[in-house]
Design a protein around this ligand. Structure first.
Ligand SMILES: [Zn+2]
Length: 55
């Protein structure tokens, strides 16, 4: 089971811009992260390797 409440174990970014900047850095490093998204659990932004799926 994954934790629903509380803090995420993923690295959190405070803003969309911060997440995008980190994402660009990942790409430069050749990392597989593909997109940034706002987390509904902690309210912060994370990076994901998965493509964003339409809700
Ligand atoms: Zn989160």
């Amino acid at each position: 089971m994954e934790p629903v409440n509380g803090e995420c174990t993923k690295k959190a970014y405070e803003s969309r811009l911060e997440a995008r900047t980190a994402l660009l850095l990942m790409w430069k490093k050749g990392r597989p992260e593909r997109a940034s998204y706002r987390c509904s659990d902690c309210g912060a932004w994370h990076l994901t390797k998965k493509r964003r799926r339409a809700p």
